[in-house]
Design a protein around this ligand. Structure first.
Ligand code: GLV
Length: 309
């Protein structure tokens, strides 16, 4: 049997080498050169064109090459009768936690303001806030959200967490459900988006959500661009309701040259790098998924298509 592989990233060769090392007996077929479709029993893909996964009668399972499966699930021709897995590689959660800690600390310490002062050769100190007096809200408490909570907790921040279903996490005051969102946003001066893109989270951060946040709050989006209503975000930044935003995910990627976000004075843009998947560690996770699928076992991190993640 053979494994279908589709990776549009510029390190596709590195992925393939890591996968071949982890699964030395397997043949990899790189889409669209699939050979005999009857020979494909597992697919490892990222943003494969819609409909491409429909023609493999012996396909046992599909794994995403990234944490998000929104693009995969959006394919109307995706085979619904076989298991689909997200990629959960422990290194990705560490990378995400580093990104979130860096951006939270940058804002917490007022470093943006000192960057602007330096540009004017202007020496002025501003009062500092202690981490224990700073509340950070984490929207999304999956593996990445929980790793971020752990690291931010170790730095002393006061943590709130919000998720679709109830969660109980040490050191995090958790709430859940759409009706609790505004009350939670109102208590945090920094909000971090770590949610999967689903029907419920699409457009979640809109004008009403920004209005609920304390004036001058800081938003960090490391999940999907669609979760934030871009026009509402820009209006909230312009009006001063939001103090700043760091954005790592956008509706259109790469972010088009004419996007107002590029040059907005209160926006920091990073090119979707918060938690890059890591071929060497991911290949081991994927090899185990192939083994499970072929043994008829449940995949790890199997997606519930109805929940969308
Ligand atoms: C990246 O956005 C991912 O889903 O892994």
């Amino acid at each position: 049997m053979a494994i279908l592989f589709h990776c549009p990233w510029d390190n596709a060769d590195q992925w393939l080498a890591a996968l071949q090392a982890a699964l030395p007996k397997d043949e990899f077929r790189i889409w669209p050169d699939v050979g005999d479709p009857d020979e494909i029993d597992f697919a490892m893909v990222w943003r494969i064109p819609s409909g491409a996964l429909a023609g493999f009668p012996k396909l046992l399972a599909i794994s995403s090459l990234g944490a998000g499966v929104d693009a995969l699930i959006a394919d109307p021709d995706l085979p619904r009768n076989i298991p689909i897995a997200r990629l959960v590689d422990p290194l990705m959660a560490d990378r995400m936690a580093e990104y979130v800690c860096a951006t939270v600390l940058h804002h917490h310490l007022g470093l943006d303001r000192y960057d602007r002062q330096q540009a004017r050769k202007f020496w002025q100190r501003h009062p500092t806030t202690d981490a224990r007096d700073r509340t950070v809200a984490l929207l999304g408490l999956g593996q990445m959200g929980q790793r971020c909570a752990k690291r931010l907790g170790a730095l002393g921040f006061n943590l709130l967490g919000w998720s679709r279903a109830a969660k109980n996490i040490d050191g995090v005051q958790c709430s859940h459900g759409a009706e609790r969102l505004a009350a939670m946003l109102a208590q945090a001066s920094i909000t971090v988006l770590l949610l999967p893109l689903t029907e419920q989270t699409d457009g979640l951060m809109d004008r009403a959500a920004f209005d609920a946040m304390p004036a001058g709050s800081y938003l960090i989006n490391c999940s999907r661009g669609e979760i934030v209503v871009e026009g509402d975000l820009i209006a909230a930044l312009d009006s001063g309701r939001l103090g700043a935003a760091t954005l790592d995910a956008f509706v259109t990627e790469p972010l088009p040259g004419d996007s107002p976000l590029w040059q907005h004075p209160k926006v920091r843009v990073t090119p979707h790098i918060a938690a890059l998947s890591a071929p060497d560690t991911a290949a081991l996770v994927l090899a185990e998924q192939v083994r499970r699928a072929r043994n008829g076992q449940r995949l790890a991190e199997q997606v519930d298509i109805d929940n969308g993640y």
